[in-house]
Design a protein around this ligand. Structure first.
Ligand SMILES: C[S@@+](CC[C@H](N)C(=O)[O-])C[C@H]1O[C@@H](n2cnc3c(N)ncnc32)[C@H](O)[C@@H]1O
Length: 228
């Protein structure tokens, strides 16, 4: 038994009623130290630790004033931003509802919808200095389809960041193993001073997720504006 009184190898006794994969997911959740820690520390998700670890390594959050959180639900990353940069206003968006967080405007909306960028920018009231994307497409189990859908989210998030960020701003997005695809990587390298990949310790070893961290936005390239 652990100190929490739970058998660390806890298996679900009700597993028969569940599909094998949902039972596996639940067993893993119950035994995951980050899940327990998040509960104890008052974070809404274990994902909060991924942003903390990325922030500790890359210095992303401190000093930011306007932050966009794409795929905000249930709100762990926004909690971390508000804690580490209390002056920051956050605007978040998710397909799912997110319980209110002080200092954050939260949209229940598809980021891929045409009206999403406008709604985010109106609520933000100025150029963001940090755009975060932890969006993950719901997997359908078909590897290529899942890959394409996730890449579509990352590309759209990167386009948004490049169009809206303030000079010097940063962009962080969840990508798949193997990192960012060459076209997107080239685009980010063109617009940011540094582009790196990282897998924070809180990211599960068996998960294919990585993060791309682009810092030092160079500002909008004027000659591209109005280019045919
Ligand atoms: C891993 S969770 C984010 C966890 C969050 N960073 C936290 O710390 O609480 C990924 C989220 O992306 C959202 N998502 C996926 N596709 C989306 C889309 N097209 N528009 C908005 N949100 C989306 C999902 O609904 C899901 O809540």
């Amino acid at each position: 038994m652990s100190r929490s009184g739970r058998d660390p190898n806890e298996r679900l006794r009700t597993a028969k009623k569940r599909t094998a994969s949902s039972a596996r997911w639940l067993t893993r959740q119950l035994n995951d130290p980050y899940v327990k820690k998040a509960k104890a520390d008052g974070y809404r998700s274990r994902a909060a630790y991924k942003l903390m670890e990325l922030d500790d390594k890359f210095g992303l959050v401190k000093g930011s004033r306007r932050v966009v959180d794409l795929g905000v639900a249930p709100g762990g990353w926004t909690q971390v931003v508000r804690q580490r940069s209390p002056q920051a206003g956050v605007v978040g968006i998710d397909l799912l509802p997110t319980d209110p967080i002080e200092g954050a405007v939260l949209f229940e909306m598809d980021f891929m919808a045409d009206e999403a960028p406008g709604a985010l920018m109106e609520a933000l009231g100025g150029a963001p200095d940090l755009v975060l994307s932890d969006m993950a497409a719901n997997t359908v189990g078909h590897k290529q389809t899942d890959h394409l859908r996730t890449m579509g989210l990352v590309e759209t998030a990167a386009d948004f960041a490049i169009q809206q960020l303030a000079k010097g701003g940063g962009f962080v997005a969840k990508v798949l193993a193997g990192g960012t695809d060459p076209t997107l990587l080239a685009l980010l390298k063109k617009h940011f001073t540094t582009v790196k990949h990282a897998k924070p310790p809180a990211s599960r070893k068996d998960s294919s997720e990585w993060y791309v961290i682009a810092q030092g936005f160079k500002g909008r390239v004027e000659e591209e504006v109005g280019e045919e």
